[in-house]
Design a protein around this ligand. Structure first.
Ligand code: VGL
Ligand code: ZN
Length: 192
């Protein structure tokens, strides 16, 4: 599958807190880094990285009142929220920080979980001529799948590069939802 300037590579939430040893560690999460670095050398029209970027007391934290579903993670400005140092940043044209509102979470890089507030990513991608997005990173069962499905809804072709992702839990259900939404699933070796 040839990559062209009409394609974007989306690197979702490859941040210290989602790596082994982090506050919300994704099992084997660091395994995606060398694959993503290889993919980022392909002739994409744009490479975008996202950061989960939450204020203290964020609605998604178990430590908040009422308690959310997740341990405190990716607090804005902390080392845990920093992009993994192994990710080669030179090809990254845009770093998008999401989940910045205290009261609404944002799994997707396109829309907050209330499905109302857009992050501006769709307009930015259209502006630079992107028609298809390839989605990688963490976690496949949450932010990666939400991003890939919203990309499709926003009118982009959308493809998940499955071996360049890891899940917090099993992700069979997520893959079924992706398929039902018309999102493609490929292995990174198919891309050159
Ligand atoms: C994520 C749970 C909470 C993710 C972010 O990046 O998939 N998951 N915040
Ligand atoms: Zn989060």
């Amino acid at each position: 599958m040839p990559i062209s300037s009409r394609d974007a590579l989306l690197i979702i939430d490859v941040q210290n807190d989602f790596l082994p040893g982090g506050a919300l560690a994704v099992p084997d999460g660091d395994a995606v880094i060398p694959l993503i670095n290889r993919l980022a050398t392909l002739p994409f029209g744009a490479v975008v990285a996202t950061q989960d970027w939450h204020p203290p007391g964020h609605v998604s934290f178990q430590t908040s009142e009422p308690a959310g579903p997740w341990p405190q993670h990716c607090v804005a400005g902390t080392e845990g929220a920093a992009l993994a140092t192994g990710i080669v940043s030179a090809p990254v044209a845009l770093v998008l920080r999401k989940g910045r509102s205290k009261t609404v979470d944002s799994y997707s890089a396109f829309l907050d979980n209330d499905q109302v507030s857009a992050t501006g990513l769709a307009s930015w991608l259209r502006e630079v001529g992107v028609e298809r997005v390839f989605v990688t990173g963490l976690a496949l069962d949450y932010c990666v799948s939400a991003t890939a499905i919203d990309a499709k809804s926003a009118g982009f072709e959308s493809v998940v590069i499955v071996d360049a992702c890891r899940g917090i839990g099993p992700y069979d259900e997520a893959l079924q939802k992706l398929e039902a939404a018309g999102v493609g699933v490929v292995e990174s070796a198919a891309l050159a």
